[in-house]
Design a protein around this ligand. Structure first.
Ligand SMILES: NC(=O)c1ccc[n+]([C@@H]2O[C@H](COP(=O)([O-])OP(=O)(O)OC[C@H]3O[C@@H](n4cnc5c(N)ncnc54)[C@H](OP(=O)(O)O)[C@@H]3O)[C@@H](O)[C@H]2O)c1
Length: 242
């Protein structure tokens, strides 16, 4: 990470990253801060968010912690109000918070697990867009939704997770059309298996797997595009199958 400087490309911009305490979200937050953005780190658990914020600050970046549960509309609305009060703007919203769906066939999946998965991975993105888009409309910006290759392919024994991510892809490309006239570019990234704490990735060669920084690099590319350019969907694969 480089120190943020006044000539960094995102200087003056405010970015909100959900699920920023670890894994892909933490890498995205660090990357955006290194590009000069003031980054708001969100998640349900304060301690890992503080750790990410401290790492950002140690590298000369600006990161602040605001706890939020994306499944709770009041919590998301309170976050948006706090961001508006603190910064009066949002330029970048990264909807990254997500959970896996437990294993096994769909007909054995408990309904409460279905609800947790869909409420986090899909409804949570709706709540964040609903709460932040009016503020972003003031000057335009980027919304980046972290989906999955499981949103493009069948995922037997992970149908609820796949449904949430297929839904997220449909939501993203539909809202992209709603918001492009408002100078807001809505993009979706579909990474393959990435080395984080998200799932055990049993039997995979971790050296060949995607790293959280690889997803963060794609986010950085999206938010530094020229104004006329709109990378709307990016499928991110490892070079070799892990
Ligand atoms: N790792 C992979 O192989 C992979 C591949 C493709 C796509 N993805 C997607 O990438 C995203 C990040 O995954 P990851 O691998 O970094 O997972 P991770 O290491 O498990 O991190 C998930 C983050 O989401 C937060 N979170 C979960 N539920 C939340 C809620 N209700 N409200 C707010 N924050 C919440 C967690 O923090 P708290 O628990 O503290 O709230 C955590 O910081 C997910 O959307 C995932 O579906 C992952």
């Amino acid at each position: 990470m480089t120190k943020s400087a006044s000539n960094a490309p995102l200087t003056g911009q405010v970015a909100v990253v959900t699920g920023a305490g670890r894994g892909i979200g933490s890498a995205i937050a660090a990357s955006l801060a290194s590009l000069g953005a003031r980054v708001v780190l969100c998640g349900r658990t304060r301690e890992p968010l503080e750790t990410t914020a401290a790492a950002i600050q140690n590298h000369g970046g600006q990161g602040s912690v605001m706890e939020c549960d994306v499944t709770d509309l009041h919590s998301v609305e309170a976050l948006a109000q706090r961001v508006e009060r603190t910064f009066s703007r949002i330029n970048i919203l990264v909807n990254n918070a997500g959970i896996g769906g437990g294993g096994g066939p769909l007909h054995q999946l408990p309904p409460d697990v279905w609800d947790q998965v869909l409420n986090t991975n899909l409804r949570g993105v709706y709540y964040c867009m609903r709460s932040f888009v009016p503020l972003m409309m003031r000057q335009g910006g980027h919304i980046i939704n972290i989906s999955s290759i499981a949103g493009k392919n069948p995922l037997p024994n992970g149908a609820a997770y796949a449904a949430s991510k297929w839904g997220l892809n449909g939501l993203s490309c539909s809202v992209a059309e709603e918001l492009r006239g408002h100078n807001i570019r809505v993009s979706v990234i579909c990474p393959g298996s990435t080395q984080t704490e998200f799932s055990p990735h049993g039997g995979m060669n971790t050296e060949k797997m995607l790293q959280a920084a690889d997803v963060a690099h794609v986010v950085a590319m999206i938010v530094t595009q020229a104004p006329q350019s709109f990378a709307s969907e990016i499928v991110l694969r490892p070079t070799q199958k892990p």
